[in-house]
Ligand binder design. Structure first.
Ligand SMILES: Cc1cc2nc3c(=O)[nH]c(=O)nc-3n(C[C@H](O)[C@H](O)[C@H](O)COP(=O)(O)OP(=O)(O)OC[C@H]3O[C@@H](n4cnc5c(N)ncnc54)[C@H](O)[C@@H]3O)c2cc1C
Ligand code: FES
Length: 262
């Protein structure tokens, strides 16, 4: 894990409430794996003592970027940072996604900004697969051109029907799983809100497919010290324990997660 004073190279709108922030962070760029995240101190933000976590979106050469949605005070303050300014960044944090299993077909499932770590995962994969992109409206459908350029099959669902199928992303996913003819075993990699992750994980477990879920949690320290991000998890013997999403995750095998946190 590094702490870098990263200068901002670009900060550009990506449509709707989304922006991409591109940083010069050579040490993080050199070591980041898909699914790992940054903990970023937002300049001129009065609660700056609390960092904000964001998945690494792109990583090329000495540069990394995040793709973020403005949802509250911190991300609103982030929209005001300018090219040439410096931000304090911790990372890369967490475990990230594993490599896909030999002979499997990668199936990505993204909800909203959950597409960010899946972009880097696809960018680093040797083979193209299929991505299911779920969003509230067409404004939240991101990176379609990027996945098309990689040669991936793309299925889109929006809750208001403004792009792709109307409804939840599990609609097209279920249809594809039921009708697929490929000989390879699907291996699922997903990032998005809890409801989507739970639905995807339950389908994968039922069908006997491996699934890796990247969880989104409020975070304090980001490094395992404050217990601000705990999640009930299961060991292979079935016993449960409290894990830390920042350090033990954010990516978990679907079969590890106890969803009711009981
Ligand atoms: C590992 C990880 C990776 C992430 N990657 C990205 C990313 O690539 N792009 C992106 O836009 N966001 C990402 N997030 C979420 C991002 O950290 C939050 O949106 C951000 O911290 C909100 O800060 P804020 O001060 O603007 O919002 P706040 O004022 O703190 O909260 C505003 C609203 O957002 C909700 N919220 C805040 N944080 C979270 C969270 N972690 N999960 C769910 N709801 C939350 C609050 O409950 C509230 O309703 C990630 C979170 C984690 C844990
Ligand atoms: S955020 Fe502090 S333990 Fe995870």
């Amino acid at each position: 894990m590094e702490i870098e004073q990263a200068s901002i190279l670009r900060h550009q709108p990506c449509g709707g409430a989304y922006r991409e922030l591109v940083l010069n962070a050579p040490a993080i760029a050199a070591s980041v794996r898909p699914g790992q995240f940054l903990h970023l101190r937002i300049p001129r933000f009065e609660q700056a003592v609390l960092r904000r976590p964001f998945s690494v979106f792109r990583a090329e050469g000495e540069h990394i970027s995040i793709l973020y949605k403005t949802v509250g005070a911190g991300t609103m303050a982030l929209t005001g940072v300018r090219e040439g300014e410096v931000v304090n960044v911790m990372g890369p944090l967490g475990n990230g996604f594993p490599s896909s299993s030999p002979g499997s077909l990668p199936v990505l499932v993204a909800g909203g900004y959950g597409v960010a770590p899946l972009y880097l995962l696809a960018r680093r994969m040797d083979m193209a697969g299929i991505i299911f992109i779920g969003a509230a409206t067409s404004d939240d459908v991101l990176c379609v051109e990027d996945f098309a350029a990689f040669g991936w099959q793309i299925e889109i669902a929006t809750e208001d029907g403004s792009r792709g199928a109307r409804g939840l992303v599990t609609g097209p996913l279920d249809a594809w799983l039921a009708s697929r003819r490929c000989p390879e075993q699907p291996e699922i990699f997903a990032c998005g809100p809890d409801g989507m992750l739970r639905a995807v994980g339950e389908r994968a477990i039922k069908a006997g497919h491996r699934a890796w879920l990247s969880m989104d949690r409020h975070m304090g320290c980001g490094v395992g010290a404050c217990l601000g991000c705990v999640q009930r998890l299961k060991k292979a013997d079935g016993s449960a324990y409290w894990g830390r999403v920042c350090r033990d995750g954010p990516v978990f095998d679907a079969s590890q997660i106890v969803w009711n946190n009981g």
